[in-house]
Design a protein around this ligand. Structure first.
Ligand code: GLN
Length: 186
């Protein structure tokens, strides 16, 4: 199995380390040609969604990524990655890949709660560590989106067909629950 990690900006190295722990190989997707490689799953890391959205367009990756995800490529999107997948962004006029039928709110926790750590359940898994960094949350989700995790009444984890989206950074803790769930999908 081989996983492609979008590596144009943001926290991509930490995802590769998580996969290493699970004995899964990965490579960085930095340019359009990298998308010609064979891969069984895609990770969209945290970072800055506006920058990432701009770069995937400028580097000619937008259409390929969108159609690969729409045709079923298992995809794990964390934080800014979740924003890239969202069909709508409540506080932004442009959306990006728009493959996930949810509305997200960017930088949704305000200044004081810009970053925080908690543990919560994710699907049937309990006590999953969750690090939030200027995180979005999901405001609304279409009925066919599975709600995997809710923290303080806000949706922070969803699953829809081949896509898992989380508002937090699972790659920043030792717990491999989220990555394992993604690998199982692959
Ligand atoms: N605030 C960032 C954005 O809007 C996301 C933050 C993150 O990925 N940690 O893109």
């Amino acid at each position: 199995m081989n996983i492609g990690i979008l590596a144009v900006q943001g926290a991509f190295i930490e995802h590769a380390k998580m996969l290493e722990k699970l004995n899964v190989s990965s490579f960085e997707i930095r340019k359009k040609e990298d998308l010609n490689r064979d891969f069984d799953g895609l990770i969209l890391p945290g970072g800055e969604s506006t920058t990432q959205g701009k770069l995937i367009r400028e580097l000619g990756m937008y259409d390929i990524l969108k159609s690969r995800i729409e045709s079923g490529l298992p995809t794990l999107a964390t934080c800014a990655g979740l924003i890239l997948l969202a069909e709508n962004i409540a506080n932004d006029s442009v959306s990006h890949l728009a493959t996930l039928p949810v509305t997200v709110k960017r930088n949704a926790y305000g200044r004081q709660l810009g970053s925080f750590f908690t543990t919560s359940s994710f699907g049937t898994h309990e006590n999953v560590p969750m690090t939030f960094i200027r995180a979005p949350y999901v405001e609304t989700a279409s009925p066919d989106v599975e709600i995997m995790s809710v923290v303080d009444d806000k949706i922070v984890g969803v699953k829809y067909k081949n896509q898992i989206g989380v508002a937090f950074h699972p790659e920043l803790n030792d717990d491999t629950t989220i990555h394992q769930m993604f690998i199982d999908l692959c």
